[in-house]
Design a binder for this molecule. Structure first.
Ligand SMILES: CC(C)(COP(=O)(O)OP(=O)(O)OC[C@H]1O[C@@H](n2cnc3c(N)ncnc32)[C@H](O)[C@@H]1OP(=O)(O)O)[C@@H](O)C(=O)NCCC(=O)NCCS
Length: 146
């Protein structure tokens, strides 16, 4: 039977460990500032980072937040040695509950186009691919991408 993660808010003191997990799961690009991202998410009332712990060890994270209309998830990560054990699903269920508690009826996320395996994971747990054109604009910086 699959183990059950203990899921709670990430403590500020655990941000470094979370960032290390994001590096090892290949979620970061050189132009990201994950430390600042994490601190901002933890300091904002409409967002948080959930930590998944197994025997007191951080093995999973997910950043979840509301923009007032929809729920969004970023930085879903399960440590490589603990993948395919149901932990990603448990983290997403916790994100869904967090968003539902705000009375928001829909949760969504972006997956990089080349990350097809992860898209399969999301589809497996009930997420549908939407037909949207994704537009974005980098604010206040000249060289950054993403
Ligand atoms: C994506 C990720 C979070 C999945 O976590 P996980 O703990 O391995 O997923 P689970 O064990 O909960 O899997 C749930 C279901 O999805 C399936 N699944 C998981 N990874 C899959 C993959 N790469 N390809 C196809 N199916 C996959 C599982 O087999 C399982 O199906 P089942 O219910 O039939 O057994 C994990 O692989 C990861 O951290 N990847 C690197 C970081 C990343 O890409 N994050 C997402 C950013 S958008």
């Amino acid at each position: 039977m699959a183990s059950v993660l203990k899921i709670r808010r990430l403590a500020t003191a655990e941000v470094k460990a979370a960032v290390a997990l994001w590096w090892v799961t290949d979620l970061l690009k050189p132009w990201n500032d994950p430390q600042a991202d994490a601190e901002r998410a933890l300091a904002t009332p409409t967002s948080t980072i959930l930590a998944g712990l197994l025997n007191d060890q951080l093995v999973a994270t997910a950043m979840v937040g509301s923009d007032g209309h929809r729920g969004w998830v970023y930085y879903l990560a399960v440590s490589p040695g603990h993948q395919r054990c149901g932990f990603g699903s448990q983290m997403m269920a916790a994100c869904e509950a967090w968003i539902e508690d705000l009375g928001i009826p829909k949760i969504q996320l972006m997956v990089r186009a080349e990350n097809r395996a992860t898209a399969r994971f999301y589809r497996r747990i009930g997420y549908e691919v939407g037909e949207f054109i994704f537009l974005s604009k980098r604010l206040g910086q000249d060289e950054a991408e993403d």
